[in-house]
Structure formats: structure tokens, C-alpha cells
Design a protein around this ligand. Structure first.
Ligand code: NAP
Length: 404
């Protein structure tokens, strides 16, 4: 299903904007029928933008943000109903990853520096398809479909009335969730999927006898990962602060270890060894967490806290990538000699994975863990909430702009 959907959505590689009238002459009748002229009057939209990197005061509300345009025929425009915030939004507000994102947006360096501004943050969206590119088959998406997506950090985000995405990044929203609930899941789900499935090799039918340790269970990635792994039958141990034990047990965690009660590696090392450790915390955890893995059994330590973007910001793209490669290879080799695998987990946009996750959600096996909901006028407060940490799930912004 994945490959056919990808093929169907990426056949044409030239630029084609369905809302540009002159293009109509190039398309056949069947395609012309799909045109939506109702949106052609729209050139601006409300959004929260930043015009420079900095602290929370760089956030600016505008009614005149540029309306997103379908540049490729495999793209869709989504009307945002709810936007989820993640720690990466706070980091990006401060300029984190700017060098790598600039390369991704403009690989030939044709634009001046600062061309990313005004930049719209927000990596989760739940909303409704407003318009589809010509190469998006109606069997996948059509106007009016309720969808969710994780927005790659190099694209304009969801703190706006509309967002344009590749159809490969979008998925039909679970029917049982509201938009606000749905906006709590895609970015952390795509990150967890990339780490646990693509890097960790876990899947529904091989988790049954696996022992998994999640360091940092209470945040967005942790609360999602516990539920997905339990739905797949794994045995899940998590670390969290004491007052989160009930939440962790409620999500299905089999064993909960309080990291505020003393060095957490002491109680963890008394437990049976693990097949996989997912590290959402970073820092000094690397110095002891790999000792908790079963040696010579293919066991993996996967950390989501990597120096990749810091390196490219600090050293530039070429030197940063070189430094990153050396660091990763050195650590991987060192731990391989002890019989365990050391890996980095990275977010990757993945509409087909969200299709699978949508089914698990609709089966009642994954719930949205929304910590707090803010209105569209409260985006700065929502961003501060994420910045101040101690998450218990996700911070979501309900996007109502007056044009609904
Ligand atoms: N590499 C990538 O592509 C990628 C993508 C997404 C996320 N990430 C990273 O992955 C991490 C998790 O993301 P997230 O969205 O889940 O973040 P989050 O929502 O901020 O959650 C982090 C959680 O860790 C807990 N925590 C902090 N220190 C801890 C410790 N020593 N032991 C156990 N738990 C601790 C915090 O809760 P309490 O302190 O209140 O217990 C918090 O709930 C973040 O560092 C994020 O930057 C990386």
C-alpha cells in the first residue's frame, strides 16, 4: 500500500499550480473537472509568524501571511483545525537547525539568507483538505476529507489557517478523535515510528516477547510509544517522575521507575535486561543505558537526543555532517564490540505510517494525551508552556480564525 500510494502521488515532477488559471489549458477535461475556483480569491490568511530567531517575543500575529500555493501536483492544501506544538517548535524559534533547514529548502542556495522568514511554526496538524493537486487520486484524498499530518521542519507549519503538504505526508484522521485530540499525535507518532520501526526493527508481529525500556515516558513521544508498544504486545518499562506513575500505568506501562528518587540506573540495572531502549532524555543516560541491553542478541539503544542539527548550526553543513558521521560511527563501533547496537532516531514524515496508526487509534488501543488546549490567540502562552517543559502529553492550539 505504501509504495502504490507514493507512486500515485509523485508521478509528475514539474511545477503546476492548480489555482493558476492559465494552467487549465494544459490539462485534459477530466483534470479540469477537479478545479476549485472558490479559493482563487484567497491570497492572504491569518497566521502566527516569526521574522527573526529569538525568545517568545519574536512571535507575531498577522492577518496577512501568504496563502499557501500548490507548487507540485502531489500536494494538498489543508485547512487547519488544530495545531500541536512540540519541543522542536521552541528550538526552531531560537534558530535551532537553521543551517540544515536552509539547505533542505534551497539546496542550490539561490535565495538570500533569511529567506525563510516570515516563518510559521507548528509541526502537527489536524484539519480538512481544501484543495488537491492534479496528481492526487481522489481514492486517496479529496476536498472535505478530514486529515492529520506531521509537518517536516523545513516546511511552513500549522500555526496558520492553511498549510500545504505533500499527499505522502498526509493521512486520513482517525474517526474516533476530535481535531484537537488528533493534533496531539502525528509528530510524536512519526518520530516514534521512525525510531522504533524503521531504526529499531519492531513491528506488530515481533514485539510479543520483547522487553522495551522508555527513558522519559511522560512527554509526547513517550506517551505515544508506550501505547503503540503495548498494542503490539511488548513488555514496557518506563522512567518518569513520581507524580506521573498513575498516567504511565493508565497508558499500559508494565513497570514504572521514578527517576527523581535517586540514580535511576540503580533500580533499572536490577531488572531483567532489555531488547530495546528508547531514550527521550539524552545527556548522561548514554553512559549507563547501553549496559541495560541483552548483549549479543541484536539489542538496540536508540536515542532521539542527537547532536546532528547542533553540529551543522555550529560548524556549517559540510563540517557539521562530517563531525556527526564521525561521532555516530565511533559510538556505534564502540558499543558493537560489546554486543549491542547504538543508533540515533530521527523524525521522518510518513503518511502511510499514520494510516497504520490511525487504524490502531480507531481500534481503541491508542488515546491522545492532550495536556492543555489553547486558543489561536494564545499561541505565545502555548509556546511558553512547551518551553517550560514537564510535559504530560501534548500542548495543542485550536485554530479558529473567524473564517470557519
Ligand atoms: N531526533 C528527532 O528527530 C526528534 C524528534 C522529536 C523529539 N525529539 C526529542 O525527543 C525528546 C522527547 O520528545 P518529546 O516531544 O516527548 O518531549 P517532551 O514532551 O518535552 O517530553 C520530555 C519528557 O521527559 C521527561 N524527563 C525529563 N528529564 C527526565 C529524566 N531524567 N528521566 C526521565 N524523564 C525525564 C519530562 O517530564 P518530567 O521531567 O516532568 O518527568 C518530559 O515529560 C526531546 O528531547 C525532543 O527534543 C527528537
Amino acid at each position: 500500500m505504501h509504495s502504490s500510494r507514493q507512486l500515485a502521488c509523485s508521478r509528475w515532477l514539474f511545477i503546476l499550480n492548480r489555482r493558476t488559471p492559465c494552467i487549465e489549458t494544459f490539462v485534459n477535461k477530466a483534470q479540469t473537472r477537479l478545479f476549485n475556483s472558490s479559493s482563487s480569491r484567497m491570497t492572504i490568511m491569518p497566521a502566527w509568524v516569526i521574522d527573526r530567531y529569538g525568545s517568545n517575543d519574536v512571535l507575531r500575529f498577522t492577518k496577512n501571511a501568504g496563502f499557501p500555493i500548490i507548487n507540485y501536483p502531489n500536494e494538498v492544501i489543508v485547512k487547519v483545525h488544530a495545531a500541536g506544538l512540540n519541543p522542536i517548535d521552541v528550538s526552531m524559534r531560537g534558530g535551532y537547525g537553521a543551517a540544515s533547514m536552509a539547505m533542505k529548502r534551497d539546496p542550490l542556495k539561490l535565495m538570500q539568507s533569511g529567506s525563510e522568514f516570515p516563518l510559521i511554526l507548528g509541526r502537527d496538524v489536524s484539519g480538512v483538505i481544501m484543495e488537491c493537486g492534479l496528481d492526487v487520486p481522489p481514492v486517496y484524498f479529496k476536498e472535505g476529507d478530514e486529515v492529520w499530518a506531521a509537518i517536516p521542519p523545513w516546511k511552513q507549519g500549522s500555526l496558520a489557517e492553511f498549510v500545504v503538504l505533500s499527499a505522502n505526508e498526509v493521512s486520513k484522521k482517525p474517526k474516533c478523535l476530535s481535531h484537537v485530540e488528533a493534533a496531539a499525535i502525528p509528530y510524536v507518532a512519526a518520530t516514534a515510528w521512525s525510531a522504533l520501526v524503521n531504526t529499531g526493527g519492531l513491528k506488530m508481529d515481533n514485539c510479543g516477547k520483547k522487553r522495551i525500556l522508555i527513558l522519559g515516558g511522560t512527554g509526547g513521544v513517550g506517551t505515544f510509544s508506550i501505547q503503540m508498544l503495548k498494542a503490539w504486545g511488548a513488555h514496557v518499562t518506563v522512567t518518569c517522575s513520581q507524580n506521573a506513575e498513575r498516567l504511565m500505568r493508565g497508558l499500559g506501562a508494565d513497570h514504572v521507575v521514578n527517576y527523581t528518587a535517586g540514580p535511576v540506573e540503580v533500580p533499572l540495572s536490577a531488572l531483567e535486561k532489555f531488547d530495546l531502549v528508547l531514550d527521550n532524555v539524552g545527556g548522561s543516560t548514554e553512559s549507563w543505558a547501553l549496559d541495560l541491553l541483552k548483549p549479543w542478541c541484536g539489542a538496540k539503544y536508540i536515542t532521539l537526543v542527537t547532536p546532528f542539527l547542533q553540529n551543522t548550526d555550529r560548524l556549517g553543513l559540510a563540517d557539521g555532517m562530517l563531525q556527526t558521521g564521525v561521532t555516530l560511527a565511533t559510538k556505534a563501533l564502540k558499543h558493537l564490540s560489546k554486543g549491542v547496537h547504538y543508533r540515533w532516531g530521527m523524525f521522518a514524515p510518513n503518511g502511510p505510517a499514520l494510516d497504520d496508526i490511525s487504524e490502531i487509534v480507531d481500534a481503541g488501543k491508542i488515546n491522545a494525551v492532550v495536556e492543555e488546549v489553547f486558543s489561536f490567540s494564545q499561541v505565545p502562552q502555548a509556546m511558553l508552556k512547551v518551553e517550560n517543559g514537564h510535559a504530560r502529553g501534548k500542548t495543542v492550539v485550536k485554530v479558529t480564525t473567524g473564517t470557519d
